[in-house]
Design a binder for this molecule. Structure first.
Ligand SMILES: NC(=O)c1ccc[n+]([C@@H]2O[C@H](COP(=O)([O-])OP(=O)(O)OC[C@H]3O[C@@H](n4cnc5c(N)ncnc54)[C@H](O)[C@@H]3O)[C@@H](O)[C@H]2O)c1
Length: 318
């Protein structure tokens, strides 16, 4: 099998690449990344001749067409602006570095007759709703351009899937944490503490309460679906834990992991970190649990503890 990953050098993409290369059946893994949210060094740990890395931008559709050819069996689409808060100063970013990328990719997939795409969406599509819901919940009311792009990209993928007979799976993740994380609350805390161990500035009142899922559980979830689910053309799966944790609790754990429990924590106030942030999220993964017997290994608190230790190691290694 030959695989192509947009944004494959990123946090989630590097873990998917690692997993694909563990399989002897894998002939090639092509990463197409402009390194806008990290560097090529993120992939240094992979020593495998089957890995090809191209530094290029998906907005360059001609270059994309040269690299993503008909030999590819499955495309994983991860490239996008990962930072929700950036839209406060640049509201069109998620359209240009999100929806346009998905549209370009789908056109190349269609023209080159590629038949499988996997897309990484998120819980943001459900909007600002503090209720327990599954994949059938609607209407979807996004409160950030980041989430609007996710819905638009899902819609385009669904349209191309049905019109051009392309197998597509969309995964809506909770907050993903772990080794090689490039953003997120735990990442933010560890990097702030690195700069100033006496005071930790926390966005919001600390009562934001969300589910955090470890990258190892995400990888198991994705592969449990795509390794066995071939009957329907298009489908959507939530991947989340059954529990949640507050930002206040995460800040306390960050100080423990960092070995600086006396650090003063300062909360900026307000119910959310920034405009567009969804402060309380509850959604469930009953579909993937029931169909594929997938279970998360780490609860939100365990995922946070493990990831903070991993982020600390990443930060020390530069
Ligand atoms: N991390 C999470 O908690 C989470 C949750 C839900 C969904 N997602 C989605 O999963 C995907 C991957 O997220 P991540 O956390 O690994 O982020 P990341 O920033 O680590 O990875 C994104 C990668 O895409 C690349 N990229 C961005 N724009 C590009 C472009 N125009 N051309 C080529 N490459 C480009 C970046 O350089 C980066 O390597 C994103 O679409 C994100 O929205 C992430």
């Amino acid at each position: 099998m030959k695989y192509f990953l947009t944004g494959g050098a990123g946090f989630i993409g590097s873990h998917i690449s690692e997993r694909l290369l563990m399989d002897e059946e894998t002939k090639k893994v092509i990463i197409y990344d402009n390194f806008s949210s990290n560097t090529r060094h993120n992939l240094d740990f992979i020593k495998d001749a089957r890995l090809e890395v191209y530094e290029a931008d998906i907005t360059d559709i001609d270059e994309l067409g040269k690299r993503l050819t008909s030999e590819i069996d499955i495309v994983f689409h991860l490239a996008a602006n990962p930072d929700i808060s950036k839209a406060e100063s640049n509201p069109t970013l998620d359209f240009h570095q999100g929806t346009v990328l998905t549209n370009n990719l789908l056109e190349v997939i269609r023209k080159n007759n590629i038949k499988k795409i996997i897309y990484t969406s998120g819980s943001g599509v459900y909007g600002d709703k503090d209720e327990d819901f599954d994949e059938n919940y609607g209407p979807l009311v996004p409160i950030s351009p980041y989430a609007a792009n996710k819905i638009a990209s899902e819609a385009l993928i669904s349209a191309y899937s049905h019109m051009f007979d392309i197998y597509a799976r969309v995964f809506r993740f909770a907050n993903v944490v772990g080794k090689r994380q490039t953003h997120g609350v735990g990442y933010d805390f560890i990097h702030k503490l690195n700069k100033n161990k006496n005071k930790l500035e926390v966005l919001g009142d600390g009562n934001q309460c969300k589910s955090y899922i470890h990258i190892d559980d995400i990888i198991e979830g994705i592969f449990s679906v795509i390794d066995s689910d071939v009957n329907t053309l298009y489908d959507v799966y939530n991947i989340t834990t059954n529990d949640s944790i507050t930002v206040k609790e995460i800040a306390k754990i960050a100080l423990e992991v960092n070995g600086t429990v006396d650090t003063v924590i300062n909360y900026s106030g307000g119910d959310r970190g920034w405009n567009g942030d969804v402060p309380k999220i509850k959604f469930n993964s009953n579909k993937i649990r029931t169909r594929y017997k997938w279970e998360n290994r780490y609860s939100s608190i365990d995922a946070i503890k493990k990831s903070l230790r991993e982020i600390l190691v990443d930060a020390k290694n530069g």
